[in-house]
Design a protein around this ligand. Structure first.
Ligand code: NAD
Ligand code: UFG
Length: 337
C-alpha cells in the first residue's frame, strides 16, 4: 500500500482527493494548518471512505514537523494543495502570499528531497496564463499572470521544473486547474469557505439557502454571447481523479509534466445561474454590476494533453456540478439548524 502526504487535505479540492486516494487503496497522511478549513471535514472524510486519514495540524513551513512526518511515515509521494488562493487578498498582502505559497512550497520540496521522496503533484491554476492572446489555453502558451496569486503559482511551477532538471530522479506534475465546482455525491464535503465567498458557486449556494440576498454579476458588457464572463467549470470529483492518474503517470515517468485540467467547454455566469435554478428550484436574484477588476472575459482549457498522457477526461457536466453543489448546501443547512 502506498502512502501519500496530502498538504491542504482538509480543504475543498484536497478533501475530495483524499477520499479518492483512500477509495483507491492509498494510505493518506494530511498536513493542514486549518487556516481555511474545518476539522469536521476529517470526520466526514472518514464517514465517506470508512477510513480516517492520519492528520497533522501544522504548517508546511514548519521544518521540524515536516521532518517528523517524513521520518514517521513511509511517504511515497506528496500532493501539495496547501496554499492561499484569494486573488484580491494576494494583491493587498503580497508578502503573505509569497511566503505561504512560494516559501512554503520550497520548504516542503527541500524536506521531501532530503527524505528521499521523489514524487510531487502540485496544485497550479489556469491563472498562470494571464492574457496569452487566445481564450483557449494550451500548456505551451506564454505565461504572464496578472496578479500576485497567479505569480506565486507560476514561480512554484518553475521551481519544480528547474528542480526536476537538476535532480534527474525527481518526478513532478503541475496540474493547472480551471474553475473547480461541485461537491461529493454524499453531500458531506464541498466548498464552504470561511467568510463571504469570493467565487461564484459558493455565493450562489448561499443565496439559495437565504444566507446572502442577491448575486452581483460582475460585468455584462464582455464580448461574449450574453455579455457575462465565460469560464471552464470543472467538477471537483473529475479533478480528484486527475490527481490519481498523475500519481500513476509519475511512477513510470521521471521529470516534469505540466498539464491543464478543464472540460474545454465554457459557461457564462447567467448560464450557471440558470442551471442552478433549474436543479434547485430556487430563484437566484441578481444585479448586473460593473466588471470586477482583474477578471478576463473568457478562458477555457485545451485538455488534449491530459487525455493523451494521463488518459484523463472530465466526465461530469454542468447539471451534475449544480446538483452536487446544491445537495452539499442543503446538507450544511440541515446540519447547522
Ligand atoms: P482551500 O483553501 O479549500 O484548501 C487549501 C487548504 O490548505 C486549506 O485547508 C488550508 O487550511 C490549507 N493551508 C493553506 N496554507 C497552509 C499552510 N501554510 N500550511 C498548511 N496548510 C495550509 O483551497 P482549494 O480550493 O481546495 O485549493 C487547493 C489548491 O488548489 C490551492 O493551492 C489553490 O491555490 C489551488 N487552486 C484552487 C482553485 C480553486 O478555484 N479552488 C483553482 C486553481 C488552483
Ligand atoms: N462572478 C460574479 N459574481 C460573483 C463571483 C464571480 O459575477 O459574486 C463571476 C466572475 O466575474 C467570473 C465568474 O463568475 O466571470 C467566475 O468567477 P470566480 O470568482 O468563481 O472564479 P475566477 O474565474 O475568478 O477564478 C477561479 C479561482 C482562482 C483560479 C481560477 C482558475 O478563484 O483561484 O478560477 O481558473 F485560479
Amino acid at each position: 500500500m502506498k502512502t501519500i502526504l496530502v498538504t491542504g487535505g482538509v480543504g475543498y479540492i484536497g478533501s475530495h482527493t483524499v477520499v479518492a486516494l483512500q477509495e483507491n487503496g492509498y494510505k493518506v497522511v494530511i498536513l493542514d494548518n486549518l487556516c481555511n478549513s474545518k476539522a469536521i471535514t476529517l470526520s466526514n472524510i472518514q464517514k465517506i471512505s470508512s477510513q480516517a486519514p492520519i492528520f497533522y495540524q501544522g504548517d508546511i513551513r514548519d521544518r521540524p514537523m515536516l521532518r517528523d512526518i517524513f521520518k514517521n511515515h513511509p511517504i511515497d509521494g506528496v500532493i501539495h494543495f496547501a496554499g492561499l488562493k484569494a486573488v484580491g487578498e494576494s494583491q493587498s498582502e503580497p508578502l503573505k502570499y509569497y511566503d505561504n505559497n512560494v516559501v512554503g512550497s520550497i520548504t516542503l520540496l527541500e524536506e521531501m528531497i532530503k527524505a528521499k521522496v521523489d514524487t510531487f503533484v502540485f496544485s497550479s491554476s489556469a491563472t498562470v496564463y494571464g492574457e496569452p492572446g487566445a481564450t483557449q489555453y494550451q500548456e505551451g502558451m506564454p505565461t504572464t499572470p496578472i496578479n500576485v496569486y497567479g505569480r506565486t503559482k507560476l514561480m512554484v511551477e518553475e521551481i519544480l521544473r528547474d528542480g526536476a532538471k537538476a535532480n534527474p530522479g525527481l518526478r513532478v506534475a503541475c496540474l493547472r486547474y480551471f474553475n473547480p465546482v461541485g461537491a461529493h455525491l454524499s453531500g458531506l464535503i464541498g466548498e464552504n469557505p470561511v467568510g463571504t465567498p469570493n467565487n461564484l458557486m459558493p455565493y450562489i449556494g448561499q443565496i439559495a439557502l437565504g444566507i446572502l440576498p442577491k448575486l452581483k454579476v460582475f460585468g455584462s458588457d464582455y464580448p461574449t454571447p450574453d455579455g457575462t464572463g465565460l469560464r471552464d467549470y470543472i467538477h471537483v470529483h473529475d479533478l480528484a481523479q486527475g490527481h490519481l492518474l498523475a500519481l500513476q503517470y509519475l511512477e513510470d515517468h521521471p521529470g516534469a509534466l505540466t498539464v491543464n485540467l478543464g472540460t474545454g467547454k465554457p459557461y457564462s455566469v447567467l448560464e450557471m445561474i440558470s442551471a442552478f435554478e433549474k436543479v434547485s428550484g430556487k430563484s437566484i436574484p441578481y444585479d448586473l454590476v460593473e466588471r470586477r477588476s482583474g477578471d478576463l472575459a473568457e478562458y477555457y482549457a485545451n485538455s488534449d494533453l491530459a487525455k493523451t498522457v494521463l488518459g484523463w477526461e472530465a466526465k461530469h457536466g454542468i447539471e451534475r456540478m449544480c446538483e452536487d453543489t446544491w445537495r452539499f448546501y442543503r446538507q450544511l443547512d440541515s446540519a447547522q439548524s
